[in-house]
Design a protein around this ligand. Structure first.
Ligand code: AMP
Ligand code: MG
Length: 340
């Protein structure tokens, strides 16, 4: 398949958005920029289009997709029995990196929800993403625009690397400002539950959602055969090909640890790089969770080129957006954590 590249930065933006909308409206697949990560979009109302998304990504069929809307009015087209809390959250956090899981309306293609009777919905902050949804005239289901299991794409080049030849078009826009996927919160049951942490933090959400809990799958490996609320949490995910370990501990211990190893690489904090003698990549300052989130996936994508046998990633603090970064790294490491 020849993949059309639609450049909305140096090309004609209006024409590009209209073209993306046209392909989507006709049941095609288009990778689009959002503020979290690039998404691979298709009409959420069209089972045939959704099937192409699963095929292009190699995504397990039981992992449901998030539906993206450009206007609060579209929420009632895809969800039913919407609780007041959803509207309060929308007022505060939409457009933005928050996904709400609600009861699903039948209009939503059943493949989107992987057979569940719920639907995950988000209104992205990215203006390009909202303009493309509007141009397509339908809600768009869009998982991350990567090959399933590999680090999520935060730049158009990452999408081209993974999906060129597998999708109808790629909209090449800005690099993603947030860099990790949206926070997913389940509102269809009591108490409300964070299924996946993101840039909208548990601390921020609990102001509107008293009693909010964090699902245990966020920080631990599901037992084999155990049912999980968010199927996406089941998988090893976001992973470089190099065997990855997550390392918890103070800077000095981390630096001594990696320096004592032979053929390895380090993914460290900015202030540590100068004292590390093995191959290394820094992913931001230890106290700058926003930078760690923004750089995480591009650094994980660059790891394999270092040619090391193993990579040891220094784990961030789990507060605020750090919880999202930690959650992704835990899965990138296949839950292998070393505490120093
Ligand atoms: P991605 O598309 O890569 O951002 O992954 C979407 C995430 O949202 C996965 O972790 C899914 O399991 C989760 N998700 C999507 N729809 C639902 C739903 N109806 N119920 C629970 N989790 C969902
Ligand atoms: Mg994904």
């Amino acid at each position: 398949m020849k993949t059309e590249k639609i450049d909305v930065i140096s090309g004609d933006r209006e024409k590009g958005i209209a073209r993306a909308g046209e392909i989507l409206r006709r049941g095609g697949t288009v990778a689009i920029p959002t503020e979290t990560v690039y998404g691979l979009a298709a009409s959420a109302l069209d089972d045939g289009a959704i099937e192409k998304v699963f095929l292009a990504k190699g995504r397990p069929q039981n992992n449901p997709l998030i539906v993206h809307i450009s206007d609060i009015k579209m929420l009632e087209d895809v969800a039913r029995d919407i609780p007041d809390a959803a509207y309060r959250l929308a007022e505060t956090f939409w457009p933005g990196p928050l996904t709400m899981v609600l009861r699903r309306k039948d209009a939503v293609a059943s493949r989107v929800s992987a057979g569940l009777d719920t639907v995950a919905v988000r209104m992205p902050a990215s203006k390009a993403a909202r303009d493309i949804i509007e141009a397509s005239g339908v809600p768009l289901a869009a998982p991350s625009a990567n090959i399933s299991g590999s680090p999520s794409p935060t730049a158009a080049a990452h999408v081209i690397h993974d999906l060129d030849g597998k999708v109808d078009a790629i909209v090449c826009g800005e690099d993603c400002k947030v860099g990790v996927e949206s926070t997913v919160v389940a509102l269809f049951s009591d108490p409300p539950r964070i299924l996946r942490p993101g840039a909208v933090t548990a601390e921020e959400l609990s102001d509107i959602l008293p009693g909010l809990v964090i699902d245990k799958a966020v920080l631990s490996e599901p037992e084999s055969g155990e049912a999980v609320a968010s199927p996406g949490m089941l998988y090893k995910h976001y992973a470089p090909k190099t065997e990855t370990f997550l390392i918890e501990g103070e800077s000095k211990n981390y630096i001594d640890f990696v320096n004592s190893k032979g053929d390895c690489a380090a993914v460290c904090f900015d202030g540590e790089a100068a004292r590390i003698t093995v191959k290394k990549l820094a992913y931001g300052a230890q106290n700058d969770g926003d930078a760690l989130a923004k750089n995480l996936f591009s650094v994980l994508r660059a790891v394999d080129a270092l040619g090391a046998k193993r990579v040891y990633v220094h784990a961030p603090d789990k507060r605020g957006i750090g919880l999202a970064v930690y959650n992704r790294l835990l899965r990138a490491a296949g839950f292998k954590v070393i505490k120093l």
